[in-house]
Design a protein around this ligand. Structure first.
Ligand code: ATP
Ligand code: MG
Length: 500
């Protein structure tokens, strides 16, 4: 009932159940058939073997051979009768024949007759096994019930002395076969029912899990990467469910990354447009003024200078953007070398002293004369230059201190100023592209595109180094940059590279 109801509800499941049921039913029918045949052969063989043994013991007990008279045999009738009466309980019947094919025992007239071909076998010392299926009519009008029988010859000194036919009623033997077959049938029926029920549950579980996988796959194709299926089972379907879950997890991750990149791209486009609009608006305004001749003669030079500055700024913006993208996508090649960072510091200090003076700042260099570092020379200059320029830019009448020291397998550089400082929120964002903490403080003197620290950050990262900032609003900021020494792997690569 339950199976029927379930099948009615699940048309799709029908095929799986049908398939399994068909296989089981066919197997069981084939098994039943061959076991049925086997049981008959087995019972008949056993009966023939037993009949042989009975006949042997009968002859042992009742036949006497007189060796003096050259093999003349005598039958002990009373012994034959005794054996027969014992074996009658087992429904076994004997007929004893003389060497001349004459019935010696019994004299009831229902003895079987040995046919010519049977006698032929006996003369060759062969045992004849027979099944006489029909109730045979004898010559004297009596009937002999169907029997399973053997006829066995007995020899003395190569001379046939007697033959015994032993038979059991076939009805009895067949009832044994039928009984065995009945048990067999019961067993097969029970196993059929059990296996059907078991396979029903297996098929149902299988179908449920496949349905679950299908609905999961549908959800994924509809763009839902959050689906996770309930894991279960250590079989192939269970493995498939685990694989499915792993797949959706990585799809979800990839999808998030795509979304994030898309957001960044849009942000970048908006920011870039915004950044370029300011100089373009300035240039366009001045050009309009020139076109309609509304710029007084004395401001013309100033206006042209402004246009030139703004154009330079645009060019710088484009170049820096390109640079940033190159570094970010790892398409720049770093030419790392060992050099003395202290020399770089003093060069930069020389270059920036005038700029610092304009802001009333003092540059202090605090580094050992020899400060080994492993980095791309030009990129290192770019990083330090950027941070010191920022420090000067955001400090008025204060100090900018450059400290260099060796750490454990690394070189540590600190650039501290006593300038305007930053809030925690600002510190979090300064390494983002286009971020400017205070948009109103635009002197235009040093560019100010908000790209400087974003580029510095990427450069330090591609060196395998670290950059961090500690700052307090109104007190000043300290930038710390760490460059790691050459690693063993780099050294190996370097050596093999230079050998070639
Ligand atoms: N030493 C500093 N003290 C205070 N604020 C700083 C300091 N260095 C950076 N900042 C803040 O971080 C922001 C981002 O710096 P970043 O160098 O990336 O851009 P920028 O200097 O404004 O422009 P540019 O692209 O020309 O360098 C600055 O606008 C400023 O608000
Ligand atoms: Mg800057």
């Amino acid at each position: 009932m339950m199976i029927v109801k379930w099948i009615a509800n699940n048309e799709n499941d029908l095929s799986a159940v049908n398939g399994i049921f068909l296989v089981i039913a066919t197997t069981i029918v084939l098994l039943g058939f061959s076991f049925g045949r086997m049981s008959k052969t087995f019972v008949y063989d056993t009966t023939w073997n037993n009949l042989e043994k009975y006949s042997d013991s009968l002859i042992q007990h009742s036949l006497k051979v007189n060796s003096k008279t050259n093999g003349q045999v005598t039958f002990n009738m009373s012994r034959i009768k005794m054996t027969q009466s014992i074996l009658e309980n087992q429904s076994v019947h004997f007929t004893v024949f003389s060497a001349k094919n004459q019935v010696v025992y019994p004299a009831d007239g229902v003895s079987p007759q040995i046919t010519k071909s049977d006698w032929h076998h006996l003369q060759k010392d062969q045992i004849v096994r027979k099944v006489s299926n029909k109730n045979a009519k004898l010559k004297n009008g009596k009937t002999r019930p169907a029997m399973i029988e053997i006829i066995k010859p007995y020899y003395y000194r190569n001379k046939l002395v007697a033959a015994v036919s032993a038979g059991a009623f076939i009805a009895g033997v067949n009832s044994n076969v039928a009984r065995i077959n009945r048990y067999l049938l019961k067993g097969l029926l029970v196993s059929l029912i059990i296996s059907m029920v078991v396979s029903f549950f297996i098929a149902r579980r299988l179908n449920r899990r496949i349905a679950m996988l299908r609905s999961g796959a549908n959800q994924v194709s509809n763009g839902n990467y959050k689906v996770r299926l309930k894991p279960g089972g250590k079989d192939e379907i269970g493995e498939l469910i685990n694989d499915f879950n792993r797949m959706t997890a990585s799809l979800e991750k990839a999808n998030l990354e795509i979304q994030r990149q898309e957001e960044r791209r849009q942000e970048f486009l908006a920011d870039a447009a915004h950044e370029m609009r300011t100089p373009l608006t300035t240039i366009s305004g001045i050009l309009e003024g020139i076109k309609y001749d509304v710029i007084p003669q004395e401001s013309r030079d100033k206006s042209i200078q402004l246009m030139s500055d703004e154009t330079q700024r645009l060019i710088r913006l484009v170049n820096e953007n390109l640079d940033f993208e190159k570094i970010r996508s790892n398409s720049i090649q770093l030419d790392k070398r060992h050099f003395n960072a202290a020399k770089v510091f003093s060069n930069i200090v020389d270059q920036l002293t005038n700029k610092a003076k304009e802001s009333g700042d003092q540059l202090i260099l605090n580094s050992p004369d020899d400060l080994p570092i492993y980095a791309d020379y030009d990129r290192f200059v770019q990083v330090v230059f950027n941070i010191i320029t920022n420090a000067i830019q955001f400090t008025n009448h204060g100090t900018v201190t450059i400290t260099g020291e060796r750490g454990y397998n690394e070189t540590i550089i600190k650039i501290a100023d006593t300038g305007i400082g930053m809030t925690e929120e600002q510190q979090k964002n300064i390494f983002e592209r286009y971020y400017k903490a205070d948009a109103s403080r635009r002197s235009g003197k040093y560019g100010e595109s908000g790209l400087g620290l974003a580029i510095v950050h990427q450069l330090v990262k591609s060196h395998g180094g670290k950059i961090s900032v500690a700052s307090k609003k109104g007190k000043g900021s300290t930038f710390t940059i760490i460059f790691p020494d050459e690693t063993a792997a780099e050294k190996k690569q370097h050596d093999t590279g230079s050998n070639n």
